[in-house]
Design a protein. Sequence first.
Length: 75
Amino acid sequence: MLTGGNMDTMKLELRNKDAESITSMTDGTMTLAEYGMESGMTIHVVDDSASNDKEDEDAAFQLSEEEYAKREGNP
């Protein structure tokens, strides 16, 4: 099972209380105050790995119904 995300494919956006994007948070050296973070704002994380990473698509596989039925815990 693949879980989590790769930080190299994540983009951070600062959003206001109405969920409108204010700015992309691309500079890891800036503080939240320097980005203008205020009460009620949120940081939205967008993970582009699903749309841009061909390796993830190649890693997918599917079991036949017979193979699935042989696995423990499956009817």
